[in-house]
Design a protein around this ligand. Structure first.
Ligand SMILES: NC(=O)c1ccc[n+]([C@@H]2O[C@H](COP(=O)([O-])OP(=O)(O)OC[C@H]3O[C@@H](n4cnc5c(N)ncnc54)[C@H](OP(=O)(O)O)[C@@H]3O)[C@@H](O)[C@H]2O)c1
Length: 202
């Protein structure tokens, strides 16, 4: 298993997990906003075969700001981290994924256009809706293959991004998300699913 972080030298949770993994988890440096780093990672992985490629990079901005009032640099940062960056990784690394493997990205329920009746978080929602559309386009290009393509909506999780008020812990969420990922292996085509494996409307 390979995990990435922007600062692979940091003694964070990923490094601790790798240290306890008896070599099963290795850590690579990657900033998805830097195309040169994506290309360099692909080069370092040459010769590897991946069962799954899953991109979970994500960020947000001031949640209550209407998108038309967002600073351009915030718009670019969120869209690049949440939509363009993951697609660059997918396009660049996909050739290492097994013919019957899985390629996916961490979306959000907030990326559902149909479910957006509450409003708010306009830039974040837009970036995840863009990610959904881009992954859908990628999936069309994968049709006719045995690969599974997946967008996951993890629910509201207590992370740096989710904040302390979120109802779900990382531990319970990751376990459920891994179950959904594994359930999609060997099932060609695109799905947009929540943490219980239920379909999320586009
Ligand atoms: N928490 C929630 O309630 C919730 C709900 C729905 C969807 N999500 C999605 O779940 C994913 C993970 O978020 P989280 O809740 O775990 O938030 P988090 O704790 O803030 O983690 C953000 C993750 O994104 C990575 N990242 C950010 N910018 C990056 C960049 N430029 N290049 C590469 N990686 C970058 C971070 O990696 P490093 O800092 O290690 O480099 C970290 O792994 C995101 O896509 C988020 O939108 C979260």
């Amino acid at each position: 298993m390979i995990g990435t972080t922007r600062d692979p030298g940091a003694r964070g949770p990923l490094a601790e997990l790798a240290a306890r993994s008896a070599g099963h988890l290795t850590v690579e440096g990657l900033d998805v906003a830097d195309p040169a780093q994506v290309t360099a990672l692909r080069a370092r992985l040459t010769g590897r075969r991946l069962d799954m490629l899953f991109v979970s990079s994500g960020t947000t901005s001031e949640e209550d700001t209407p998108v038309g009032e967002v600073a351009t640099e915030d718009f670019v940062r969120v869209m690049v981290t949440n939509a363009l960056g993951p697609m660059r990784v997918i396009e660049t690394v996909a050739d290492l994924v097994a013919d019957d493997g899985l390629i996916g990205a961490m979306s959000s329920g907030q990326g559902s256009i149909a479910n957006n009746t509450a409003g708010g978080r306009e830039l974040y929602r837009g970036s995840k809706a863009a990610l959904n559309m881009f992954v859908r386009g990628f999936a069309v290009r994968q049709s006719g293959t045995r690969r599974s393509v997946l967008l996951l909506a993890p629910g509201w999780v207590r992370t740096a991004l989710g904040g302390p008020g979120a109802p779900y812990t990382v531990e319970e969420s990751v376990s459920l998300l891994m179950d959904v990922l594994e359930s999609r292996l060997g099932r060609p085509g695109l799905a947009y699913l929540d943490r219980e494996g239920r379909i999320v409307p586009w």
